[in-house]
Design a protein around this ligand. Structure first.
Ligand code: CP
Ligand code: NVA
Length: 329
């Protein structure tokens, strides 16, 4: 079905649908105790140059469920990039492991791992993309949208609020375009996605994409409202002041949710989210800038509309599907 999962752009609509169908099947099988193991005897290495809760745990639990084993390599403690190039690391790991997960910096790193290792490589987040996140988002969207029989022949509208050019937003936009979901982003102009990418998706997929500074325009008729942190891993602390100033109008709060004009709109977030003062970073930002909530208010995060923990669980089922698909080839 697929060998590597490096980006959503690399996948066809059929491949995305196939992976989400497989995830649905594996999710049901896990829940009713009939899961078949396709990774028996497979050794998978998990390379994390950045921190993670969901992605790491999803890979570890998925491999265990499927009968394989994992080695976790964190941001420090290996030779990769320090004393050994990516190409050399890839050739070593390819001799010992059956598959490689990579979370870290440039997209070229995950591409080089795929080029040189000879084994399947899955992208667990780079500066530019977060493909496994989109698979979980899409599964969650489908589960909720099509739970309503009235939506049977419809496609949902998905709206991203915030930095519309970050890794999560870019994979979401590309994914929505590929599978035919309407996508809108409300964002300050300086965080608009590259025009050539948007134009290409419109031309190649016939995608309905709106990129605007107007929250009213973007949010109208939204079925799903999505946001992400305003500063991503690897970005310097010095960008916080500008991000807060520019992005506060794009916070997902109850006013924004009302602008959809729909009672049924759901809230999505890749997580982790800054919605209260129960985190170290949240407290630091409060002390420095005096705001206690950032990209989403606690009210929306904790509301009935919020399906973020369904979305987090679906990281497991979709990551499992991506790995199983690589070995079904
Ligand atoms: N959404 C996501 O990738 O979460 P983690 O950073 O916890 O893996
Ligand atoms: N944009 C965020 C996503 C975290 C899952 C980051 O890269 O830090």
């Amino acid at each position: 079905m697929i060998k590597h999962l490096l980006s959503i752009a690399q996948l066809s609509a059929e491949q995305i649908e196939g992976l989400v169908e497989l995830a649905t099947k594996l999710k049901a099988e896990k829940k009713n105790g009939t899961e078949k193991q396709y990774l028996k005897g497979k050794n998978i290495v998990l390379l994390f140059e950045k921190d993670s809760t969901r992605t790491r745990c999803a890979f570890e639990v998925a491999v265990a469920d499927q009968g394989g084993s994992t080695t976790y390599i964190g941001p420090t403690g290996s030779q990769m990039g320090v004393k050994e190039s990516i190409a050399d690391t890839a050739r070593v790991l390819g001799r010992m492991y059956d598959g490689i997960e990579y979370r870290g910096y440039g997209q070229t790193i995950v591409e080089d791992l795929a080029r040189y290792s000879g084994v399947p490589v899955w992208n667990g987040l780079t500066n530019e993309t977060h493909p496994t996140q989109f698979l979980a988002d899409y599964l969650t969207i489908k589960e909720h949208f099509y739970a309503n029989p009235a939506n049977k022949d419809k496609k949902p509208k998905v709206v991203f609020m915030g930095t519309a050019d970050n890794n999560v937003a870019m994979s979401l936009m590309v994914g929505c375009a590929k599978v035919g979901m309407e996508y809108a982003a409300a964002s300050p102009e300086c965080y608009f996605p590259p025009t050539q990418v948007v134009e290409k998706l419109r031309a190649e997929c016939g995608a309905k994409i709106t990129i605007t500074t107007s929250i009213e325009e973007a949010l109208k008729d939204a079925d799903f409202v999505y946001t992400d942190v305003w500063v991503s891993m690897g970005e310097p602390k010095s960008v916080w002041a500008e991000r807060i100033e520019k992005l506060l109008p794009y916070q997902v709060n109850s006013t924004a949710m009302k602008l959809t004009g729909r009672e049924s709109t759901k809230f999505l977030h890749c997580l982790p989210a800054f919605h209260d003062l129960k985190t170290t970073v949240g407290k630091q930002i409060f002390e420095q800038f005096g705001i206690s909530e950032m990209e989403v208010t606690n009210e929306v995060f904790e509301s009935e509309a919020s399906i973020v923990f369904d979305e987090a669980e679906n990281r497991l089922h979709t990551i499992k599907a991506a790995m199983v698909a690589s070995f079904l080839n």
